[in-house]
Structure formats: C-alpha cells, structure tokens
Design a protein around this ligand. Structure first.
Ligand code: FAD
Length: 287
C-alpha cells in the first residue's frame, strides 16, 4: 500500500509539499491558511513534520494532517519520530493518528535533544515495522549524501534497504543541491534491491544563515554554483531568495526530466515556494 501508487495513476510525476505544524507564533489558523494555499496547487499529498524534542506540540502534527484531509481533500502524511519513545508512547501516537483518520506516516528516528534517552526504539526501522504491522502506509527518510552520522556509503544503502524490508513503501530524501548525488544514490539503491519509490526532497536556499544551519545539520554539500550565488547576492536578501527559489525550480525540472519517482518540496510554510515549484514543473510538462 503506497501513497505513490495513487499519485502515479494521474499519469505524471507525483509532487508533494512539506509543512510544519503550529509552534511559537504560528497558530492553527495560519497553518490552515498555508495548507489551503498549497492545496490549491493540487499536490499529491502534503506532509506535516513532527517535533522530536521536548519543544513543540506533539498533537499538532495529527491535527494539521487531519485538517488537510478534511478541509482540502488532499492526502496527508504525518511525520512521527521514535527517539526517546517507549512502547506506551508509540501506542498512544498510533491511537492518536487513527483517531485523526491518518493512514500515511513518515516514520523517522528523530534526533535526541536535551534529556532524551535512547528509548526502546533504536532506529527508524523499528518504528517502521511497528507502524506497518498496524496497517499504516509507511514512508521513511533517505539520504543521497549519507546521513550526517554515517560516513560509509555502503552502510547508507544497507540502512535504506533495511527500512524497506521493515515495511517502508516509499522514501523521501534529505535535501540536496547537486542532483548528481541523487542520481548516483538512486542507482545504488536500485542495485541493492530498493524498489520502493524515492521522492527527491528539495529545499530552496533563502538566505546565507538559513542554508548554513541546514547544511551543518544534515551534511549536504554546497556545490560551487550555490556558493557563487550566495556570494553574489550576499547583501541583497530579496535577490538571494529569488535566486534560491529559481535554483530549486531548476533542480526540480532536471529531476523530472530524469524520470525520478517523485518530487517533494520543503516549503517551509511559504506558499510562494510551492507555487513557483509547481509553475516550473507545469511549464516543463507542457513543453
Ligand atoms: P535512522 O534510519 O534510524 O538512522 C539514524 C542513524 O542510524 C543514521 O546514521 C543511520 O545510518 C544509522 N543506522 C540506521 N540503521 C542502522 C543499523 N541497522 N545499524 C547501525 N546504524 C544504523 N526529524 C524530526 O524530528 N521531525 C521530522 O518531522 C523530520 N522529518 C524528516 C523528513 C525527511 C524527509 C528527512 C530526510 C528527515 C527528517 N527528519 C525529521 C530528520 C531525521 O529525524 C534525522 O535525519 C535523524 O537523524 C535520522 O532519522 P532516520 O529516520 O533516518 O533514522
């Protein structure tokens, strides 16, 4: 049971968006407005992140995912992490997802913060098998350049395959700025027997600080065309943001032309990013 099977039936590449749920100043009303603007673009699904740490409202993910399905008739994927979780907290999360009518879950380990102990779920694959047994359509994370804590390219692919074996029926990648990394990773994954669709996660760079924080967190490379754009527009934030979105759109169009399994845009709750992405892809499909 893969959400990608339904999406593919439309006869074009599945396109999906990621948003984050209410936190801090972001209220449910604002999240509703963001989701509504994304839904107008008719994505195949919208995924909603989950706050792994002590901060953030853990129920907010299910609330927003439910709202997306109920108010906008777009399939939702709820992220769920297992770092620090116990059998009991996961059972509660499962009940909560069911009560919210959520069938699709992106199962992640998350990253330990503060006092989080390793817990009963060591790796994402433990959560994947638990959720697959419960009948959810389960997706998982994939790392074209390897996870930040994994230097071994072969182990990176082995861990991916383990996730599929545990029951993951689709993957979404970590962001990358050089599509060549993805093409090599995709080929290695296929050679290792990974048959589940792997959607490419693309995040535009919007500013120097944002992108530095991201690459330090996830270990993605900044190729020289990106570094040059960051240098050229250093003192012109609006132009830099525009250049970042254009660069992401060009990545999406190139990936689409290579026939990838799906395209997933990290919108950072900024609907203009989703609009520009969809416009670029639609123009490519018409051409
Ligand atoms: P795992 O697959 O468990 O991997 C964690 C580490 O363990 C990696 O280094 C891996 O190589 C290693 N490993 C895996 N299996 C084995 C094994 N059998 N033996 C030895 N080592 C192993 N975080 C959030 O908190 N909330 C979110 O909503 C969220 N959404 C995300 C969405 C996407 C698409 C991606 C790519 C990441 C997301 N993350 C999110 C971040 C994610 O939680 C972190 O990247 C985390 O560090 C790893 O999660 P994972 O599910 O890949 O873990």
């Amino acid at each position: 049971r893969s959400i990608y099977r339904t999406a593919r039936a439309c006869g074009r590449r599945p396109v999906s968006f990621e948003i984050f749920p209410p936190k801090g100043d972001l209220t449910l009303d604002v999240a509703h407005d963001v989701a509504g603007q994304l839904a107008e673009l008719a994505p195949d699904f919208i995924s909603v992140t989950y706050s792994a740490g002590g901060s953030g409202n853990k129920r907010a993910t299910a609330d927003v995912a439910q709202m997306i399905q109920r108010d906008f008739d777009v399939p939702a994927v709820a992220h769920l992490t297992c770092v620090g979780a116990t059998e009991e907290t996961i059972a509660r999360a499962v009940d909560d997802l069911r009560a919210h009518g959520i069938d699709n879950v992106l199962a992640l380990r998350g990253d330990a913060v503060g006092a989080d102990e390793p817990g009963e779920y060591r790796y994402a694959r433990d959560l994947i098998s638990r959720l697959a047994e419960e009948g959810f359509c389960v997706g998982a994370a994939a790392y074209p350049e390897g996870h930040i804590a994994c230097d071994d390219a072969r182990a990176n692919i082995e861990h991916l395959k383990q996730k599929q074996d545990a029951g993951a029926s689709f993957f979404v990648t970590q962001l990358f700025f050089d599509n060549e990394f993805f093409y090599r990773f995709w080929e290695a994954a296929r050679n290792a027997g990974v048959t589940a669709p792997i959607a490419c996660g693309i995040m535009p760079f919007l500013g120097k600080t944002q992108i530095q924080r991201m690459v330090f967190m996830c270990g993605a490379s900044l190729p020289s065309p990106v570094v040059k754009l960051l240098a050229r527009f250093e003192d012109r934030p609006d132009d830099l943001r525009r250049a970042g979105i254009e660069y992401a759109c060009a990545q999406l169009v190139d990936l689409d032309a290579h026939g990838v399994d799906g395209l997933h845009v990290y919108t950072m709750n900024q609907p203009d990013i989703a609009r520009a992405s969809m416009a670029a892809l639609r123009a490519a499909w018409r051409a």
